[in-house]
Design a protein around this ligand. Structure first.
Ligand code: ZN
Length: 443
């Protein structure tokens, strides 16, 4: 199967998706457009759902999380779910952001969202994206904002003033990471919001609140002698979100409801109304079950024949730091989907879900590899085990191998996205039925 995969076309589409997604709100909006173009029908959580077999639907929460699904028939066996996340570590712009420096500079006050590597944010053009909420005649309305020009920079301190910088430097988020916005002026207060208001075509006094973030102006690109790698912001986890959606759109569900699920706020622990700890996925699955006229008993039966792939990027072996990887599990870029294991269940994978996913990869004809943390290095966490508290189904944690996770320019393989798309297509087209004693059929 993998010979037929079009790696180059996939990469170009992925890079276009990444370039168009400077914030989680933009990522959700781009997915919404792709779904609408494919004929999917938008549902609202605040309205009654009337669903029909053979049709596809999607719903968003907070404009930053999105769940799409397709119902093959009323007596479907279960749900085939792939979950990823829309957010990335970033700097968020605080209220009253302008700080005047000696009447000669104005910088912006920002705070951390998630755990990023600081240094790559310095000395490169940055800009601002996110959403604003404006006063309307009868309430408030959200507008997406992306300032599409080089606007800000966080300048490093010259080495002459910090001779030890290359021996390691402890960055202070309140002191070192504030971006330079403009030259000094008599009254700096309000200049940032006025600029945002001009971009949005609204009056500054009508902007009631904002969720605005910095983004790197670097566009995603292909590197390596033979184009082996891609470098881009937000590969964690929009590479998986994109692959999940492309596989979902290409799938033909027959026995199970296919569910493409992208949640927000993974980088800050998932405990928001649109995160993996929320009821979003559970609410959607419940409403599908109810709208198809099925009973609670049938819902629980369906969950037992459901399977979830928690797709969040994984660490590849680093060319300059190969010792940081486990001695016997060594994922490399371009060598396939990474199945993640952790004995203490930071990852949900167990022998059963790992085996089911390997069987899926074999069916899809795509390579897979395994990841364990070194036993003396504490790893990160992800959304699979958090989501399991709300929707308890067999789950495997996987990801695509990448380097420099949580840098604002990450590196991944240029073949792996296509592998995950194909695995997702097979997942969403399949039905996995459990007969209750650890045996599963894969149709
Ligand atoms: Zn992630």
């Amino acid at each position: 199967m993998s010979e037929q995969l079009n790696f180059e076309k996939t990469n170009q589409e992925l890079l276009a998706f990444l370039d168009g997604s400077p914030s989680s709100f933009h990522a959700a909006a781009n997915m919404k457009t792709m779904l609408e173009e494919a004929g999917f029908i938008r549902l609202l959580e605040g309205q009654r759902w009337k669903l029909e077999t053979g049709k596809g639907y999607f719903v968003t929460r907070n404009d930053s999380a999105l769940i799409a699904f397709r119902i093959p028939k009323k007596d479907f066996a279960g749900f085939q779910i792939m979950a990823s996340h829309s957010d990335s570590p970033v700097f968020k712009i605080k209220s009253n952001a302008e700080i005047q420096v000696e009447n000669h500079y104005v910088k912006l006050n920002v705070e951390k969202y998630g755990g990023m590597i600081y240094s790559p944010w310095m000395d490169r053009p940055l800009s601002v994206a996110g959403r604003i909420v404006v006063q309307t005649a009868d309430g408030v309305a959200t507008r997406l904002i992306c300032v599409d020009r080089d606007l800000l920079v966080i300048p490093n301190l010259a080495i002459h003033m910090n001779r030890q910088v290359n021996e390691g430097y402890a960055f202070n988020a309140q002191k070192d990471m504030l971006p330079l916005f403009c030259g000094g002026r008599e009254e700096a207060r309000g200049t940032f919001l006025s600029m945002i208001a001009r971009e949005a075509g609204v009056k500054a006094e009508d902007i009631l609140d904002t969720d605005l973030f910095l983004y790197s102006r670097m566009k995603g690109t292909v590197v390596g002698l033979d184009g082996e790698y891609i470098c881009s912001p937000h590969l964690d986890d929009l590479q998986c979100a994109f692959a999940s959606l492309k596989g979902f759109l290409a799938a033909e569900p027959k026995e199970s409801v296919a569910v493409h699920c992208v949640l927000d706020n993974e980088e800050v622990g998932s405990s928001t109304k649109q995160g993996a700890a929320s009821t979003f996925l559970k609410d959607v699955l419940h409403r599908i079950n109810g709208a198809m006229g099925r009973t609670e008993e049938e819902y629980l039966t369906a969950l037992a024949s459901s399977f979830m792939v928690s797709a969040d990027n994984a660490h590849g072996v680093h060319p300059n730091q190969p010792d940081k990887a486990d001695p016997t599990n060594r994922p490399y870029l371009n060598e396939g989907i990474v199945i993640k294991y952790s004995a203490n269940q930071k990852y949900t994978t167990d022998a059963v879900s790992g085996a089911v996913f390997k069987a899926l990869c074999r069916k899809a004809g795509v390579p897979f590899q395994t990841f364990h943390n070194r036993s003396d290095i504490l790893g990160g966490s992800t959304l699979g085990n958090i989501s399991g508290n709300q929707v308890a189904v067999n789950t495997v944690d996987i990801g695509l191998p990448q380097l420099a996770m949580h840098s604002c320019c990450e590196t991944a393989g240029s073949r792996d996205t296509a592998y995950l798309i194909e695995a997702a297509r097979v997942l969403f087209s399949s039905a996995i039925r459990g007969d209750g004693d650890g045996n599963y059929s894969l149709a």
